[in-house]
Design a protein around this ligand. Sequence first.
Ligand code: ZN
Length: 89
Amino acid sequence: MPFDDLSLTDLTEFAKSRGGACLSTEFSGPNEPHRWRCGRNHEFQASPVLLIHGGYWCYVCFPSVSDQSGWDYDEIVLTDPLLHQFHRA
Ligand SMILES: [Zn+2]
């Protein structure tokens, strides 16, 4: 399992790359739920594998992959450095 060597530092760096933060104070395992906050101040819970390997992020900003009606992409790119980098207005 390649995610076993993740550390809290990795989670913090990953969250930062999405413009957010990892709120958990310790790494409890790649498949264990951790607390996160996105750049628009929504707090949510998800496992590191789901976010890093699965590509998911904040459930409020991205309600469902198959339903984009709730997405406010122009707002999201303002706080997500990764998406902002590739955003074309
Ligand atoms: Zn959000």
